[in-house]
Design a protein around this ligand. Structure first.
Ligand code: PLP
Length: 390
């Protein structure tokens, strides 16, 4: 028998999978002794001076809506920050939109540009929301696998091969959730050339860019001719440890920002004013705190990767983000069974690679946004578990 209300759910929504991560963490929460390497958010609390800015704003009675595009003071800070850190100049009044996290920025970008039946190429394993967000925009996702041989960087040849008539958007994310892969400038140049040739719009989610440990992060939007065909997405959740503030932004050509604005103003209206005030402080004075957190992540990354390789779980060095993506092949188990067994026997939670797409089979995501000591304990437990598998 159908559950009450089921007949009203839209077909394209009932067809979406539930997030595999959510199911998994419902189990973890009921286990007080468990060590979670599963969560995709910083274990640091937002730096005090940023929280204080939100408190001051509240104290001053700043409780109103803002301009739909966001406070102009914030858009000016974003424009300066993006120019200084990515070398791309955006006009604060016309080319910047403040959104409720990169999640909303991505959603409105997709909904603003996609017609029913359009196609979007994205790379996998990827952030869990990409394929559902594309489908919610009534478009068709085309996944291109990245692989351990390429250290999970985007392989332009594979992207080019995946092209077919109807592709309108190329969706990129690096450093990548869940693999920590990054894509070097030479490969980006190939992708840029391809985007121009096929007249594609690039949507580039660069939310982990400050957490690049090896080499320099390059934004595709900074390459010649690409600013005009790229929507650059960024936010505060990861590097500034501000997940709960729900704040991010999009920069791009004025016409596209205006199109996104139409979707945004009729749905979200504006991002919360207190979060916008906090974001201004983050951009103005947050760099030392970001750098301190980054150093901590890098130390933990080196530990977790070393331990995984010692244990026999082959793990490439993630060049960015706060995720390691070790191989769990060779035990004759699916990634889900491996992770379930680990949780049951040793109370350590990591996320099966398949939660991030089929190409994540044989891998698992372990987040190092938890303390050094807990990573040490967790990897000891994983070693015991792997030993028990024989
Ligand atoms: N993009 C990627 C690649 C992510 O990993 C996440 C969160 O895990 C988001 C976007 C969501 O960001 P926000 O908190 O700004 O909505």
């Amino acid at each position: 028998m159908k559950e009450a209300g089921q007949q009203f759910v839209a077909d394209h929504v009932s067809g979406l999978p539930r997030s595999g991560i959510r199911d998994f963490f419902a189990i973890v929460q009921a286990m007080p002794e468990a060590i979670s390497l599963g969560i995709g958010e910083p274990d640091f609390v937002t730096p005090w001076h940023i929280r204080e800015a939100a408190i001051f704003a509240l104290e001053k009675g700043k409780t109103s809506y803002t301009d739909n595009l966001g406070l102009i003071r914030l858009r000016r800070e974003i424009s300066t920050y993006v120019e200084n850190n990515f070398g791309i100049g955006y006009h604060p009044e016309k080319e910047v939109l403040v959104a409720v996290g990169v999640s909303e920025a991505l959603d409105i970008a997709l909904r603003a540009v996609l017609n029913p039946g359009d196609k979007v190429i994205y790379h996998e394993p990827c952030y869990v929301s990409y394929s559902p967000s594309i489908k919610l925009a009534h478009a068709e996702p085309i996944a291109v696998a990245t692989s351990a041989e390429d250290e999970f960087g985007i392989n332009p040849e594979r992207v080019i091969e995946a092209w077919e008539p109807g592709v309108k958007v190329l969706l990129l994310n690096f450093p990548t959730n869940p693999t920590g892969g990054v894509t070097e400038k030479a490969k980006l140049e190939k992708l840029a050339k391809f985007a121009v040739e096929k007249d594609l719009l690039v949507i580039s989610d660069e939310i982990y860019s400050e957490l690049t440990f090896e080499g320099e992060h390059t934004s595709i939007a900074s390459l010649p001719g690409m600013k005009e065909r790229t929507i650059f997405l960024h936010g505060f959740s990861k590097a500034f440890a501000m997940t709960g503030f729900r704040i991010g932004y999009a920069c791009g050509p004025q016409v596209l920002i205006e199109a996104m604005m139409k979707v945004h103003q009729y749905s979200m209206l504006c991002a919360p004013i207190l979060s916008q005030e906090a974001a201004i402080e983050a951009l103005k004075n947050g760099a030392p705190a970001v750098s301190k957190m980054k150093d901590a992540y890098q130390r933990r990354r080196d530990l977790i990767v070393r331990r995984f390789n010692e244990i026999g779980l082959k793990c490439h060095l993630p060049k960015g983000s706060f995720y390691a993506f070790p191989s769990i092949q060779g035990f004759g188990m699916s990634s889900i069974d491996f992770c379930k067994g680990l949780l049951e026997k040793e109370e350590v939670a990591i996320v099966p690679g398949t939660a991030f797409g089929e190409s994540g089979a044989g891998f698992a995501r372990a987040s190092f946004s938890t303390s050094y000591e807990r990573i040490l304990e967790a990897t000891d437990r994983i070693e015991r578990y792997v030993g028990s598998l024989g």
